[in-house]
Design a protein around this ligand. Structure first.
Ligand code: CTP
Ligand code: CA
Length: 224
């Protein structure tokens, strides 16, 4: 009933969202990834769609149903996520990067399964740095309004402010790491040019709706 009377704060907006982890292959049967359930990103996609936006969700490997009315593009690696994001970018008015992108990928992916040779010798992996998808989008002349996430284990405000400057984005949404991974609730700190504002601990669904409200206010102010 409440939703019915809520004005569509993102009507006419086109929103691109990344979510989940990425998976970086070592060989055809192995890879490295990170701990991200994708729950926050999927909840944000749902909230944006309910707020009237046309939503495209680029998702790494997660075990979550597609939110109703959302266009979903599944990817595995950071390079695939970057390519999918750039392909979907034209016409987007808002980009929300919630994905936990692997910072590094194995420099080479072995063509065949790496086998034990029986001598107890262990393989050594060399890594390449993955592209920063958010910074890449934010640096483009046609960049939409960009929102980044920051999962930290300490010094939340300090790291969020530094990340905001480094990535060149107007808004960073920070949260304290491992404690929230895979959980159904979270607490967020919004860091923008004005300062910091906390969204206290709540379910990821409730926080997503509040966050979309906060983002819509900033986006509408910028477009006014
Ligand atoms: N991000 C991205 N592409 C990457 C790495 C991060 O788009 N290769 C985005 C994330 O989706 C998030 C923001 O950048 O919105 C911050 O990610 P985070 O991992 O916290 O920042 P990093 O710059 O990778 O710094 P570090 O992991 O060293 O803290
Ligand atoms: Ca990182």
């Amino acid at each position: 009933l409440v939703a019915h009377f809520t004005p569509k704060r993102l009507a006419g907006q086109r929103v691109l969202i990344t979510a989940g982890p990425t998976f970086e292959a070592i060989d055809p049967v192995r890879g490295i990834t990170n701990r991200s359930s994708g729950k926050m990103g999927f909840a944000i996609a749902q909230a944006a769609q309910r707020a009237g936006a046309e939503v495209t969700l680029v998702a790494g490997p997660v075990h979550l149903p597609t939110p109703a009315g959302v266009r979903r593009i599944d990817v595995q690696s950071a390079l695939q996520m970057r390519d999918a994001v750039l392909a979907a970018l034209p016409g987007q008015t808002l980009f929300i990067a919630t994905a936990a992108v692997a910072d590094w990928r194995p420099a080479v992916c072995a063509e065949h399964k790496i086998k034990k040779d029986g001598s107890g010798t262990t393989p050594t992996l060399a890594f390449s740095e993955n592209p920063d998808i958010l910074a890449t989008v934010a640096a483009r002349p046609d960049a939409p309004y960009c929102v980044g996430f920051a999962a930290e284990s300490e010094k939340l405000l300090e790291h969020a402010q530094a990340k905001r400057a480094r990535k060149g984005v107007p808004l960073i949404v920070a949260n304290l790491g491992p404690a929230t991974f895979g959980q159904d609730d979270n607490a967020l700190l919004l860091v923008d040019a004005e300062g910091a504002r906390e969204l206290p601990r709540a379910s990821k669904t409730a926080l997503a709706a509040q966050l979309i409200e906060e983002i819509a206010r900033r986006l509408n102010a910028r477009q006014a």
